[in-house]
Write a protein that binds this ligand. Structure first.
Ligand SMILES: Cc1ncc(COP(=O)(O)O)c(C=O)c1O
Length: 394
């Protein structure tokens, strides 16, 4: 079979290029690695430059900006996931949110936390770090394709289980967990359901009001296309009161009082704002990320997801599955924007080297190739990857 025969028909070359126009010209490179880092849109780069220019002339930064800019971001993030601003903690990472929950809950000896075997360390380590409080971390297994069976979770929950912590889209297989079903199991058992959405939020629509989760945590620098060192946490109102912030930021405590008088040393319960990363008015990152979220919200999470899934479908349809094993599930309701491939005949490194030589950038994770197209990618990008993948013997 020739290369041309193996590739899917390109009649759909009308594939909209409009969204790639929101991003810098990649100069012939194809970025299929949003699961590692998403590129910042052009508007976000401009916003960061403008913020840098302001910082070079501080008289141009009004005092009100210290409050208004993080609050604008908080509102945008709330709307993006279907929550309210008073439920959003501004962070700098996924780890910020997961740690604030793990360190903020008051633990009783022999409390249990249920995690998933082989899950991303950011979702596991904060609970393991509570072992000195007598917390025991138990693990539930995924199946070979990365699925998590709600029945297994139900069996693994005991009277002592307080939290089930899970990564929504698995970084190593691309499997998307069924939050509705798993959340239902947690609700029935009275277990808090804490979800790491870093490989999903920005690519998959989510409505926290309609999903039985208690916390949704995400970084901002992958599928949300923000700068590095961004993240947020949505907390269900019932969980907010259960978390002790454990740290205090003087500027958050100053809220509403201006900067003229600050030596009253009061510590108030500020809800989510008392849990924010310190200095949430970090102007460069905040400006850029605000811009990225505005772009994603304007395009619409459903449309972004539909576009991403068309790209994934093209990749799966065009892939020589005699040469590669698709590690995660392929059915649309179980897969995600991450496609993870094992080479059936050899190692993946030569294939990845060949892809890189052609300017196609992917990741290697746990011995497999991971491709993760997003809104700025096109069918042509997928075809460029397929042209190398299908002719690499490993
Ligand atoms: C599932 C998952 N969680 C978290 C992270 C990153 O964590 P953090 O934002 O704390 O650096 C990654 C990064 O690859 C990830 O894949």
């Amino acid at each position: 079979m020739t290369k041309a025969e193996r590739l899917p028909a390109t009649t759909e070359r009308t594939q909209q290029r409009g969204w790639s126009a929101h991003f810098s010209d990649p100069g012939g490179h194809v970025w299929l690695n949003t699961a590692h880092q998403g590129p910042m849109p052009i508007a976000a780069v401009r916003a960061a430059s403008e913020a840098a220019r302001e910082k070079s002339a501080p008289h141009t930064i009004p005092d009100a900006a210290f409050n208004e800019r993080p609050e604008k971001l908080r509102s945008l993030l709330a709307a993006f996931v279907g929550g309210r601003p008073d439920e959003i903690v501004l962070g700098d990472s996924t780890s910020h949110g997961l740690n604030l929950i793990a360190y903020g809950l008051s633990w009783r000896d022999e409390d249990e936390v249920l995690c998933v075997e082989g899950d991303y360390p950011a979702t596991v380590l904060p609970w393991l770090a509570q072992q000195h409080h007598g917390v025991r971390v138990q693990f539930v297994q995924r199946d070979a394709q990365g699925r998590i069976d709600p029945g297994r979770v139900r069996e693994a929950v005991t009277a002592r289980t307080r939290v089930f912590a899970l990564t929504w889209v698995d970084s190593f297989t691309g499997a998307a967990a069924d939050l509705a079903e798993l959340g239902r199991v947690c609700r029935e058992a009275g277990v808090l359901f804490v979800v790491n959405g870093s490989q999903a939020v920005g690519a998959r629509p989510v409505d926290v009001r309609a999903t039985p989760v208690d916390a949704l945590v995400s970084c901002g620098y992958k599928w949300m296309c923000g700068p590095y060192a961004t993240g947020f946490t949505w907390l269900d109102p019932s969980l907010i009161g259960m978390i002790e912030p454990r740290r205090v930021h003087w500027l958050a405590q100053q809220r509403g009082r201006g900067l003229e008088h600050m030596r009253s040393y009061t510590i108030e319960d500020l809800g989510v704002r008392g849990m924010d990363v310190f200095c949430p008015a970090d102007f460069l990152n905040t400006a850029a990320w605000t811009s990225s979220v505005e772009l994603l919200a304007g395009l619409g999470a459903h449309a972004v997801n539909a576009h991403g899934q068309q790209l994934v479908q093209r990749l799966l349809d065009g892939l020589d599955q005699g040469l590669y094993e698709v590690v995660g599930p392929q059915a649309s309701q179980e897969r995600s924007g991450l496609v993870v491939l094992g080479h059936r005949r050899g190692r993946v490194e030569p294939t990845v080297a060949a892809l890189t030589a052609e300017g196609v950038h992917v990741a290697v994770r746990e011995g497999n190739i991971r491709l993760s197209p997003h809104l700025f990618n096109t069918f042509e990008d997928i075809d460029r990857a397929l042209e190398v993948l299908n002719f690499s013997e490993g």
